[in-house]
Write a protein that binds this ligand. Sequence first.
Ligand code: SF4
Ligand code: ZN
Length: 465
Amino acid sequence: MSESMPVEISPVYEGERIRKQDMYVELGGPNVEHKCELVLAKPMEEVEDGKISIVGPDLNELKEGSSNPYAVVVEVAGKMVEKDLESVIERRIHDFSNYIEGYMHLNQRYDIWCRISKKAFNKGLNSFKWIGMALAKLYKAEMPFIEKIQITFYTDPEKVKEIYEQALKIYEARDARARGLRDEDVDTFYSCVLCQSFAPQHVCIITPQRVSLCGAINWFDARAAAKVDPKGPIIPVAKGECIDPIRGEYTGANEIVEKRSLGANKRFWLYSCFGYPHTSCGCFDTILFYIPEVDGFGCVDRGFKGPTVNGLPFSTMATQVGGGIQTEGFLGIGMEYYRSAKFMQADGGWNRVVWIASTLRARIEDAIPPHLKDKIATEKEAPDIESLKKFMIERGHPLAKKLLEMEAAAKAEEEKAPAEAAPAAAPGVTISGLPLPAAGGAGGIRITLKGAKIRINQLIIKKEG
Ligand code: SF4
Ligand code: ZN
């Protein structure tokens, strides 16, 4: 690329992770409240092509090892550039940024987390102007419909806060636009494979009522992208025949999933967490996870730091959910999908949700149906499964009756277990040194294994004495 560029710009750096001990500075991320990225479509005369501005301290003025508020605003213009393209252009900040050696970019919208490596800083990546120049060149090369581009980097805390608040309103307006349109109303869905560089089998199917799992691309955005960039990662999907309207299975979506995942996945149930769930890459806003003990769902967002009700934090579950593999009971989903009438429709929708992290709840409170507002626990009321069960029963959650039945059945099972276990063990027999009760006899111990998978390498049964 540019001769004066101090570091390399290439897709080979996409998988680069910068660990804390190797970072020079952190921009955005979990340690700062305000961070965001925003693309705005502007009239031609309002964009000065190639202009890079920095508002606040530049990279070489930030304290080594510090975490800083950060906003990146990209303004674009062109005859074919329309408002509907903003989200799609914005989503590319992620991969283009990751092409820059020594610059790591994670997530999207209001949740970005970037780092500059010490090595790159020492090589000369000491100003945002280099990042701006690289992004501008990549945008022009990969999205030729962009005729003019100017980029502003904000690190001044007050300014970042201002942009952040403005950006939240813009994201909300984009999301709101797709509300009201139903999957039944259109013949075309869209498919995106932008994340295949991280998760090679992953394919997103975007419908009016199912936003992409990164939360950044809705049906309108995808439509605009496919129109302007037909050879790009987002393409139209003829919906085809609806095989199952409740689970959300469509022949056209299945065909494209099979084709674009190179046969790894063949079917998607768009409105279910079971059977053939939509795959997840790694950049999902939130995770929906099945809680077998209560037969309900928990939901957690990336911003939630503690353990969830099942004892696992977001980061641990993210490794189970991601990678483009269909994982029943775990689903990465975009924030806006919680507001959809199709949300987990096949599994009971909101009536199946029993737990939600308070950080996520604060963002989607409006999506929770009124009759469930006081019946869904957060980590404050239910830090673990036992307290969750109690909460559900006390509050009369729609699953409470089933939960009581499950508990009663388990208890009955426990009670009859000794009588059933006895005939299997002859008097005086021990298994692994544990004495089992003799047939019809009293005493001994009772072992109840629920939902367990047992693998035995060696079983020694011997007569006592
Ligand atoms: Fe595209 Fe899906 Fe990745 Fe979003 S999560 S960028 S829609 S593949
Ligand atoms: Zn992704």
